[in-house]
Design a binder for this molecule. Structure first.
Ligand SMILES: [Zn+2]
Ligand SMILES: [Zn+2]
Length: 292
């Protein structure tokens, strides 16, 4: 018998991975329970490291503080591509649902970027992101602010020698164009990789990491599995993007780093390699991507 309560309940603990891996992109601050509980639950199934991702000034500060407090947490800091236009124009129906902000213009964006720049210098901050372009949630009126913010984040990542974490939603061509125009940092990660196999080949030639999330398990996501199948093993990462994108068969229920093994097993099946071999590669790749 199933009920609404079951549908909202946390999925059960998967069988532990034998080789520990990292969740390369998570939002612990949006998940239920304490950080300690989340990390302990993840570690109990072999997810021993997480990359905590900032999306605005507050969550970036929180990510930096949390990474300073926990050995197993690394931070990235940024203004999310849906956040940048909100700082410039204000947007009461915005992505973070924190209510309307007073439109602050370009000066407000510059001020926010200066804080990201300051945080990016911290040793426990291993990356700058998530930044990029999102044409799904942000309309054409926000494009200019998004692109300006994306370019600034690329510059910050390069100057501090940190990884660049890219959020690319329905904006593949423009993300690739801006990266080419600015010159990508040495270590660049496409988080929640959403391109096709052809784009995976472009990323592979450039040496960019492709991080696969729970949506690689979705029935309608054959394009992602095709991309995963052709991506060089040494450029593949795994992430939850929790609390979003819970892998099948738990789609729609709350996601958290402890569910990484579910996605790892699905990915191993796509690549036709065993779970331990994939986990070994994922662990090494994430450490290389974020230089920890
Ligand atoms: Zn994202
Ligand atoms: Zn994210």
């Amino acid at each position: 018998m199933s009920s609404d309560a079951d549908k909202n309940a946390a999925p059960p603990l998967p069988e532990p991975l034998r080789i520990p891996v990292a969740d390369s992109h998570t939002h612990l601050d949006m998940q239920s329970g304490t950080v300690e509980e989340g990390l302990a639950k993840a570690a109990s199934v072999g997810v021993t490291t997480v990359v905590q991702v900032g999306c605005d000034i507050n969550s970036s500060r929180w990510a930096a503080d949390t990474a300073a407090a926990y050995e197993s947490v690394h931070a990235t800091v940024a203004l999310h591509p849906n956040e940048a236009p909100r700082i410039v124009h204000g947007d009461p129906d915005g992505w973070s649902r924190q209510g309307a902000r007073k439109p602050g213009g370009d000066a407000a964006l510059d001020e926010a970027l200066a804080e990201i720049d300051r945080l990016a210098a911290l040793p426990q901050v291993r990356g700058v992101g998530e930044t990029g372009l999102d044409y799904f949630r942000t309309g054409p009126e926000g494009k200019e602010a998004q692109e300006r913010s994306f370019r600034a984040h690329i510059e910050i990542a390069k100057r501090h020698g940190k990884a660049l974490v890219i959020h690319d939603r329905e904006a593949h061509a423009d993300v690739l164009r801006v990266l080419k125009e600015e010159g990508a940092p040495e270590r660049t990660v496409f988080h929640c990789y959403s391109g096709d196999a052809e784009m995976a080949e472009i990323c592979a030639r450039a040496g960019w990491f492709m991080s696969f999330a729970g949506n690689v398990t979705f029935k309608n996501a054959q394009n992602l599995r095709d991309a995963l199948a052709v991506a060089p093993l040494e450029l593949v990462l795994v992430e939850t993007d929790a609390p979003f994108l819970t892998p099948a068969p738990y789609r729609g229920r709350p996601n958290a780093p402890y569910l990484i093994p579910v996605t790892v097993r699905a990915m191993a099946a796509v690549r036709g390699i065993d779970e331990d071999a994939l986990a070994t590669a994922l662990a090494a790749n994430t450490a290389r991507a974020f230089a920890y």
